[in-house]
Structure formats: structure tokens, C-alpha cells
Design a binder for this molecule. Sequence first.
Ligand SMILES: [Zn+2]
Length: 562
Amino acid sequence: MRIPLFLFLFIPFVLFSQNPYPQDYFSNPLEIPIVLAGTFAELRSNHFHSGLDIKTQQREGLKVLSAADGFVSRIKISPFGYGKALYITHPNGYTTVYAHLSKLSPKIEAYLKERQYEAESYGIELFPPIKALLVDKGELVAYSGNTGSSGGPHLHFEIRDKNEHPLNPMLFGINTKDTNKPTISSLYAYPIGENAQINKSDSKQKIRLRAQGNGNFVAEPIEAFGKIGFGIETVDRQDLAYNNNGVYNIQTQFNGQTNFEIDFKSFSFLETNDINRLIDYDIYKNERDRIQKLFIDTNNELSLYKNTTDQGYITITDSTSAVYKIKVSDFEGNASWITVSIDGKENSTVLKTPPAVTPYYLYENKASTLTEENVTVNFYRNTFYEDFFIDFKVSNDTLQLLPIGQAARKNFSIAFDISKYKEADKDQFFIAELVGYKKSPSYSKTTRTDNTLITYTKDLGYYTLVSDTIAPTIVPTNFKNDQWLSSAKTLQVKITDDMSGISDYRATINGKWILMEYEYKNNTLTYHFSDGMSTTGQNDFKLIVIDNVGNSSTFEARFHRK
Ligand SMILES: [Zn+2]
């Protein structure tokens, strides 16, 4: 077939090259060797990690350099998530992402601040035009930090393609030394078919592993019958740090034939929630262990699988023996194996676990509404991955929705009717999820329409009505009223709220809005005097803080500057 010339020109170069990922295009975004606190696609809470977490020597403020020539295509500043994040788009169509930054380079920071002052908001998302902020490979673009949902100083670095799909940066040579084999810490066997059994039981079994001393394992032999599958807990560790990171590839073989493979090269943000279908969500919610299932469960739409036969399940017949092998590899190809010997045996006495029957059965492919007392829960079609008995109870404004180990792929709604309460009290209510062992109330984003409070969530569990009557507290941390602050670089204030949490704040000096950066992890608001919003002599500082039900506090102080 002749390809018209014009088409040929637009077919990306990558189609024709042997290795579709350019190796020297992107350079290390830091000036120090790469040490990883997190790898691509490692399993996180409700998502796959979309980049590399590069360690920054427990410090903030390291220079972050553009990994290649390009232009700043997006700046997103938020107290949460990625914190201060910079996106640079490159001529080859890829975009690199740098997150949890402490600040941006002077040129980019000036561009940002002008717009934050215009919008009167710390949180902002900007898409600068192509020519506004051009950068060269190796140019200083930011300083590393710990902003947003970050558990310690590090640089989160991503490479995304034209479709905004994150790719494993190791494919582009952004890598670190790794000579260690992945570690496998547990193995589970799952009876799947109607009459399936494993070791005389119809429920999942933890299988003991014996280390072979060379990184490989032999599983305790099992007796099984019918359609079954396996799951493992596994992590990898690179040479330069002790962090447990994710693995790159898992393959399984049934009697010498590959029947399942998953590899962590790329995924889409739309599918990342299906991680809860990849892992044994029940074990994760109840024991915090992440077991990856080595089969593709119903309604799991992840694109990470390949070379899969019968969705990775195997079928064991009576009086036959079989060998099942699992190979776990890291990016460098270091591999660990588990060998499982399976004795096919249909036992007549099988320990049966009866289903936890409740009055409410939910069909995955149907919408349903559950109502009791003043609470209504609405499940939309396909909210869950499978059909199950839901334990739904309401008493004293508290809703019980179990089991917590049932993963949802969509939000459902929980509505509380508050018409029985006094008009004056209604304003202070919010819906809280009771979380953890102690069932501590945690604000669940609540909106009110007349007498109805509603929240949207993916978490089964316990929900209750909570009243927040106390306004936020505001405490200055580096100044006092009427003080001279001529040499101070910042104004810092601690803001906290006891129940519903901080929703918004607004600070001014002499009536003009000032930028205060919010760091929720230490409840701090910071103004930088270098923004130039104060005058010589007396200045009036005013701060209003609002919680999530609308209680507000106002703090005022006077300060002086030469
Ligand atoms: Zn990260």
C-alpha cells in the first residue's frame, strides 16, 4: 500500500524507531544522583503513582532543572495534591511534570504572582501561551519542596505523552542503580468457579512461602479443584535507598505456558481508580496489605495487561498435577520466582463460608436507592464491580454501610434530612465519615439544599451528622500586635479548625488583598514581604478564616515597617 506523502509526514517518528522512547532527550531534573522514594505505577491509595519520587537529601530548596527544551504549559498551585506544580511541554510532544515544589524560578514565579494577585487566590491553575515562558534544557525552573500531599521533601517527576497518559520515566533513561531482586512477601490462592476449592475450602487461602535463599520461593503445595487464581504482595528496592517501591512486571505461567502478564509502562488517569479492582480491596481495607491479583476480575478495565489466557485464571481438574509459576521483575530485569505445585483433587468435604446475607442485595448493573429514617443512599448503575449483600442500617443520625472491603468505581450519594432540627442549628451540620479504628469523624464534603445535606463518596463505612459551632482559631506565630517588623521576611499565622476544617481565608494589608500561602500540614499561612504590599510606617493586617460550615473568625493586628 502506498502511503500518501502528507500522511507520512504526520505519522509520529516513534512508530518507526526500534525503541520508541528517546534515551537522551530528558535529563535528570536535579543536580544530584537519582535516589528513589517511589517508582512509576506503584500502588497507592486509590491510584497508581504517576511518576518517580526523587529524594532531595531530606531538604527543600534544591534546584529543579527543566529536563529538556520546551515551554511552561501549565502551572498549578494548590494547598493539596501536587502542591506547587509546573508542567513543561517539549517539542517532541511529551510533557514533564515537577511537583511539591517550594517555589518557582524568579521568571516563572513573577508570572505566577502577578496572576495570583489578579485572581486574589493562592490556589490557581494557569495555561501560559507557548511563547510566554520558554525554557532550555537544564535551565533552573523551580526549587524542590514538600508542598501539597507530600510526606517529606522530594521531587515528584512525571513524563506524559500527548494524550496526558503518564509513562514510566525509566523508559527514557531517568533511572537509578538497581541490582536487587523484588521481594515477595505473601501469596494468596482464590477459588473463583462455582465449585472451586483450595485446600478443602471455598474461600481464599494464604499460602505459605519458603525462601530458597536466592530470592526465589517455593510455595507450600496446594490441593485445588476448579477455576482458581492467585495474588501476591511484592515490592522492589533500589540500591541507594531502603524505600519499598513498586515492581515493573509480573508474569505467570501455567504448566510452562505464559497465561498472564502485567507491566507498568503507562496508564491513563481515567483508569487509575481500577487499582481497587487489581488489588484485593478487602484485605487492603481490613489489613492494609496490598495483594495484587494475578487475574483480571470482572469489570476491571485496566489497560496494563497483556499475554493473558482466560483472564489469568487456571482450571484444575481432578487427579492431575500442575505447576504454576510467578515471575516478578523490576525495570532492570532482576527477577524473583515463586513455584506453586498444585495437586488436582475434588474433595467431598469442603469448608463453606456462607455469604453474609442482609436484607439488601445490590446488582452491579442496576441503580438502587436505600432509605431508612432520615437517610437516603443512592447507588447509580455500575457503582460497584460486582453484586453483593450490603449491610445498610441507620440509627440516631448514623449510617452503617458495609462491608468496607467492597470497592466502588464511582461515587454514590448519601443524603441526610435535617428537618427535625431547629432552624438555628441547621446551618452548623455537616456529614462526617467515621474513619479508622477509633471511628473519628472526618469532614466529608457536604452541600446543603433546604433540609437536605448531601455528600458524594466511594467509601463504604460509617457516616454521621456532626455539628460544628466553633469558628476557626487564628494565632500569629512570628509577630505581635503593634510590633516593628522592619527586617522580617514573612508574616506567619497558624489557622486551625476543630471539626469541619478550613474552607477559605482572605488576608489584607491596608485593605488590599495579599497572597498568603497555605500549608495545611502545619496549619500555616505565610505572607512574603517581598511581595511589596506593606507601606512604610503603620500597616493594618486583617485575616478572615472560614470553616466548612461557614463559621468565620477575624483577626486584626497593626505592624510597622521602616
Ligand atoms: Zn510522587
